[in-house]
Design a protein around this ligand. Structure first.
Ligand SMILES: [Zn+2]
Length: 395
């Protein structure tokens, strides 16, 4: 079953991506490099300049995919030992991108930096932290991460932390604790985007209540089309427009295809989570034996999510957050070179150039600028929030 696309639509897509920037909201390449022990966390040793056909992201294919800006995640599994140290190691890997390949990458800490990088023919790297576990229950790392260039933080990953409930774990806080609220408000003050991917709906609602700036959902799809707990329910989607926020559709097969999700269900715990520190190969082999190969998710499934999200939130509130992480990918979206195929598919489905410009990057740039401006005003008006969890959450 191949994927058919007209050459005309693909040419049109590529012409559009020359005209306006494609900004992708989530990529775990830093984690892929960190996981490869033989590289000792060295981007040079990993060699981003060659095609890594065993994985999905490298420099030649980012170029082929016409990516203007990539949000790169410093992803730290919740159960990793020394999460604070590991967050710094991943931040360092992202900093190495531009240092190692100065003609191809530029670190971007603002919307303006993205425009500058594009003018210079470079790919802008926006640094993000995925998983507040690296705070180790202290606010100080937020300011240090900001100084290192971090401009978005995903509050948690697959597990509930001491202050925030995960979408894929037992809830313990009915959303956020007081410390969790302080994290959100300090992120607002610093001008770091609050990312609600991976959080429980109770957290999404709470942050939509208290955040003083627009937020992002950097890699989520719609629960209405696929009931994976990582997706966003309708009552959350219906609040995104009023908050001037953006939800970025993700490519993870289990989040876009109900069939793929149902196949994988027995491999997850009752909250729908799989542990990143656990080797699932044997369990997957057993599931294939029992139920046949996992049904493929496709690029068309993803288009349906994007259109559903846009119908619910409006065209000004959708974006793209691939979540390439060296794992399973949908048919038609095998690696970062495939972004033009996604745009071409949307063109064939009737999307206008103006709508695609918003989806590809216009909406994200608006959120970035708003968060920068609000952060500056807050820093002028109020002091930093400091201290540890025990200073906020009393037993
Ligand atoms: Zn993630």
């Amino acid at each position: 079953m191949g994927f058919r696309q007209s050459a005309e639509a693909l040419e049109h897509a590529k012409a559009l991506l020359k005209r306006f920037p494609l900004i992708d909201g989530h990529n775990d390449l830093p984690w892929v490099i960190h996981s490869q022990k033989s590289c000792s966390q060295s981007v040079k040793r990993y060699d981003l300049a060659r095609v890594h056909s065993e994985s999905d992201t490298d420099l030649p294919r980012l170029r082929e995919g016409m990516v203007a800006a990539q949000f790169f995640a410093a992803f730290v599994p919740t159960l990793a030992p020394h999460p604070g140290r590991m967050t710094l190691e991943l931040i360092d890997i992202i900093r190495q991108f531009a240092e190692t390949y100065p003609n191809d990458f530029a670190l971007a800490v603002s919307a303006q930096d993205i425009a500058r990088a594009r003018k210079a023919g470079k790919i802008a790297c926006v640094m993000t932290v995925e998983g507040g576990v690296g705070l180790e229950n202290s606010l100080a790392p937020l300011r240090v991460w900001h100084a290192a260039g971090v401009r978005l933080m995903t509050l948690c990953h697959n597990e509930t932390l001491d202050w925030v409930d995960s979408a894929t774990d037992a809830p313990r806080h009915r959303g956020l604790t007081k410390f969790g609220e302080a994290v959100v408000l300090e992120l607002n003050r610093l001008g770091i985007i609050v990312d609600l991917a991976h959080t429980a709906p109770s957290v999404m609602h709470k942050v939509l209540d208290i955040s003083r700036a627009p937020v992002l959902f950097s890699h989520n799809n719609a629960t209405a089309l696929c009931d994976h707990p990582r997706n966003a329910p309708d009552d959350v989607l219906d609040r995104i427009r009023a908050k001037k926020s953006v939800i970025m559709a993700t490519f993870v097969p289990d989040f876009i295809s109900q069939k793929s999700r149902d196949w994988a269900r027995p491999l997850k715990d009752k909250y729908g989570k799989s542990s990143f520190l656990h080797n699932h190969d044997a369990a997957i082999a057993a599931r294939v034996k029992e139920a046949g190969p996992q049904p493929k998710a496709t690029l068309i499934d993803l288009c349906q999510h994007i259109e559903y999200l846009a119908s619910r939130t409006g065209l000004n509130h959708v974006g793209i957050g691939s979540d390439y992480f060296g794992g399973a990918t949908p048919e038609g979206l095998e690696d970062v070179s495939k972004f033009p195929s996604l745009i071409a598919a949307l063109i064939e489905r009737g999307w206008s150039d103006a709508a695609l410009e918003k989806l590809c990057g216009g909406n994200i740039l608006r959120v970035m600028k708003a968060v920068e401006k609000i952060g500056k005003a807050l820093r002028d008006a109020e002091p930093a929030r400091t201290g540890r969890l025990e200073d906020y959450d009393h037993p």
